[in-house]
Design a protein around this ligand. Structure first.
Ligand SMILES: C[S@@+](CC[C@H](N)C(=O)[O-])C[C@H]1O[C@@H](n2cnc3c(N)ncnc32)[C@H](O)[C@@H]1O
Length: 296
């Protein structure tokens, strides 16, 4: 793809170093102040992404086009969010792709919604349910920023009580306190062989959710935890970083099946019931023959 130019209204990631990055909306006439001097945003508009820009103190910054991970990590947060390492696995387990229809709850900050909306593409849809309207408004702003809002339908309500309006969806994704109460509603919303994925910070939630999945015709039930260890890379000193995130949560995923027909127990004839199995009879006959041979 050819280099892209920065336009008025674009979100741009301003990079000083790996720890100092800023997500800014380009607006004519605006300046951005940092401890390394200020940047005139007018001067950025029309430049190519990746070009260096000099601050009023003569320090160079670089402009980057935000990636999906940048949008998630720079989202305005009012809840705990799903981090990219977990979002990546959730997307993979869910099996979603362009054109998929996905139900999600709760929306929270909308970080996972952003990832899901990215992967369902322009022909897919994410229906996301949230209890609290202030969280929903904030999530909508985050989704507008990443230009993914058109792929998302935001819905209000307590999903443990009212369930989902959608039917025959490809995947149901849960990140809320009581996922086990939502499992029957997820079953109703999913198409047969559709996928449920639930993210929970505690094992107690995982146990209750797994039990609910077993009771509601889900198979291939699996729970995993993803631990990510980053490396410091320098000749002669390459090793894992001392600090790491020890825990985010567990991911439980499963597939919906249609109820199995009730298994019929074969009726035994009274005569057969009293007869020993054929194999046993043969063995007994053999042992009689052997006994005869021994006494002869
Ligand atoms: C941990 S946050 C979700 C964060 C989200 N996955 C993200 O990446 O930004 C959990 C959200 O679920 C919502 N929630 C909790 N119980 C709910 C329910 N019964 N129905 C709908 N939303 C619920 C909470 O209000 C909260 O916003």
């Amino acid at each position: 793809m050819a280099n892209q130019k920065i336009c008025d209204g674009d979100y741009v990631l301003i990079y000083l170093d790996a720890r100092r990055t800023y997500m800014l909306k380009m607006q004519v006439g605006q300046t951005f102040h940092t401890h390394k001097g200020y940047l005139k945003l007018d001067e950025l508009i029309g430049k190519e992404y990746g070009e260096p820009i000099k601050s009023s103190m003569g320090i160079y910054f670089t402009t980057l086009k935000p990636s999906l991970t940048d949008y998630i990590m720079k989202s305005s947060r009012n809840t705990q969010i799903i981090y990219p390492k977990d979002a990546a696995l959730i997307v993979m387990f869910s099996g979603i792709g362009p054109g998929s229809r996905v139900v999600e709850s709760g929306t929270g900050t909308g970080s996972l919604t952003t990832a899901l909306a990215n992967y369902v593409g322009p022909t897919g849809k994410v229906y996301t349910y949230e209890l609290r309207s202030e969280f929903q408004k904030n999530a909508a702003k985050n989704l507008e920023r990443s230009k993914l809002i058109d792929r998302v339908e935001m819905k209000s309500g307590d999903v443990t009580l009212s369930g989902y309006e959608e039917r025959d969806v490809d995947a149901v994704i849960l990140d809320l306190a009581t996922p086990w109460l939502v499992v029957p509603h997820a079953y109703a919303a999913l198409r047969a062989s559709g996928v449920i994925v639930s993210f929970s910070p505690t094992i107690d939630q995982v146990v209750k959710t797994t039990e609910a999945l077993r009771e509601n015709n889900f198979v291939f039930i699996e729970t995993i935890e993803c631990l990510m260890r980053s490396m410091q890379v320098e000749r002669g000193k390459t090793r894992p970083n001392t600090m790491m995130t020890g825990h985010t949560g567990y991911i439980t995923h499963a597939r919906k099946i249609l109820p199995l027909p009730i298994q019929e127990t074969p009726q035994m004839q009274p005569q057969q019931a009293t007869e020993p199995p054929q194999e046993a009879v043969e063995q007994e006959e053999n042992s009689e023959e052997m006994a005869e041979e021994e006494t002869a």
